[in-house]
Design a protein around this ligand. Structure first.
Ligand SMILES: [Zn+2]
Length: 462
């Protein structure tokens, strides 16, 4: 009865918000339904043929989810997902109710894909009984948000114990924190990079080098970034598991990556991943590992990844008159470093704009720029404009990175900085912009006002 009432009132709310053309009607029906029946979500997802996928980890959740949804939709699956919005469960409840009959006995759709924060895993897993769980990586995020990384790993690990026995846990083999989670669940699949040409000598931004099973130090043969690489424990038998899903060849470019994938179905796929960075190669691998298990073939995987566009605001190319802007959102040093690394092979020097704000949504502590490998821009830069509230701090960081000071300009006003940046770029060329979150919003606003890009939908609560 509770389920019926929850669905009934939620559908009424949907009807009225549509009739009254009130925006933002995605969370409200879900909120109403949840108030009436707090178990409504777990009741509705039970109706889906292929069940629930949970994607968790520090970085790459949204991109991995979107890549997987693109590939699987292409493979003919009907997917319920909520790739936007601050309150995921309410948005998803709304989406599921819209597809359910009044009694809640049937829900149209094959699969639901959830992005779940690490901290929410202990509640989410028993509630959703997922058939698949992907763990992307475990990094130190913003220090004020989560405790130590090993605590995060333990939290996820314990939640895996509550997952159905026949579920599959898909893990990043290159992240020792994530790979060690295999000890919490019987049924696992691994993905990883197998191109040692991508290894880095950098010692920056290493979060963890101790074995989670015995506490001894891990020996790294090489690392791709942070603590991701080929490793084994110096004391116990723990070592990088051999992944079934791999990228065995990769070429990094400023705006894309050319990769060769090998899937657990033993298919080899050569493709151009439409977005740059080693990071996104991992996201593509995670998405491929899942899609391949769910029956997507190599053509569908290739099409999905070659035509992928990044989730809103994360990465975007915009034409401005006869020039281009390439926006790459910066959240933390590891992500920033990986974006920077895609410029290493660039033959011609580029123009950059680094926009650093320290508002709440950016993270108020900007000390992470000292963990970022801005040295990678040395000899790759024509000009670098430092902008945003903390422009001077960024300029100072660049000075320590020994970049040529005559190439560096400080302009705190983002609109002016954008003008200077664009004037430094020749016709047909691109200005590469690395903004923090609120700086990106400001830049987008400037571009919308000037008519260079369409007005954009803003995620609620952003
Ligand atoms: Zn060990």
């Amino acid at each position: 009865m509770k389920k019926f009432l929850a669905i009934f009132f939620a559908k009424m709310a949907m009807f009225f918000s549509r009739t009254l053309k009130k925006g933002g009607g995605t969370a409200l029906p879900g909120l109403i339904a949840q108030k009436i029946d707090k178990d409504i979500l777990s009741k509705l997802v039970k109706n889906l043929k292929d069940g629930v996928v949970i994607i968790t980890g520090t970085n790459g959740k949204t991109t991995t989810a979107k890549m997987a949804c693109d590939i699987l939709a292409n493979a003919g699956l009907d997917i319920v997902s909520n790739q936007s919005g601050s309150n995921l469960s309410r948005g998803l409840i709304s989406a599921l109710i819209a597809r359910s009959n009044l009694t809640g006995s049937t829900t149209k759709g094959d699969l639901a894909v959830f992005e779940i924060d690490e901290a929410t895993m202990p509640e989410a897993v028993p509630m959703l009984s997922p058939r698949y769980i992907i763990v992307t990586n475990i990094f130190r995020d913003q220090l004020d948000r989560y405790g130590e990384v090993d605590k995060t790993a333990e939290l996820i690990g314990n939640s895996l114990r509550t997952a159905p026995k026949d579920s599959t846990v898909i893990l990043n083999a290159d992240d020792p924190m994530v790979a060690s989670l295999a000890s919490y669940h019987e049924n696992t699949a691994f993905f990883g990079l197998e191109d040692s040409g991508l290894k880095t000598e950098s010692k920056l931004a290493i979060d963890n080098k101790d074995c989670l099973l015995c506490g001894a130090e891990l020996d790294f043969e090489y690392r791709y970034f942070g603590h991701l690489g080929k490793y084994k424990c110096s004391s116990c038998t723990f070592k990088r598991p051999k992944p079934e899903n791999t990228v065995y060849k990769a070429e990094l470019n400023p705006e894309n990556s050319i990769i060769s994938l090998h899937t657990s179905k033993k298919e080899n796929i050569d493709l151009t991943l439409s977005i740059p960075g080693v990071y996104n190669i991992y996201n593509a691998l995670a998405a491929t590992s899942l899609s391949s298990i769910l029956g997507a073939n190599s053509e569908q995987i290739k099409y999905g990844l070659e035509n992928f566009t990044a989730a809103w605001g994360r990465m975007e190319k915009i034409q401005v008159k006869d020039k281009y802007i390439f926006l790459l959102l910066v959240k933390n040093p590891t992500g920033f470093n990986e974006s920077l690394r895609s410029f290493i092979n660039a033959k011609e020097k580029k123009n950059f704009l680094l926009a650093l704000n320290d508002n709440f949504a950016d993270g108020t502590d900007i000390s992470w720029i000292w963990d970022s490998e801005l040295e990678l821009l040395k000899d790759k830069e024509n000009s670098i404009i430092c902008s945003g509230i903390r422009a001077e701090d960024m300029a100072l960081r660049l000075k320590y990175a020994e970049l040529d000071s005559k190439n560096i300009v400080i302009e705190k006003d983002l609109k002016k900085a954008l003008d200077i940046g664009l004037s430094s770029v020749s016709t047909g060329e691109t200005l590469y912009i690395f903004p923090t979150y609120t700086a990106m919003m400001e830049i987008r606003n400037v571009l919308v006002k000037a008519g260079y890009t369409e007005d954009f939908w803003q995620p609620p609560g952003a």
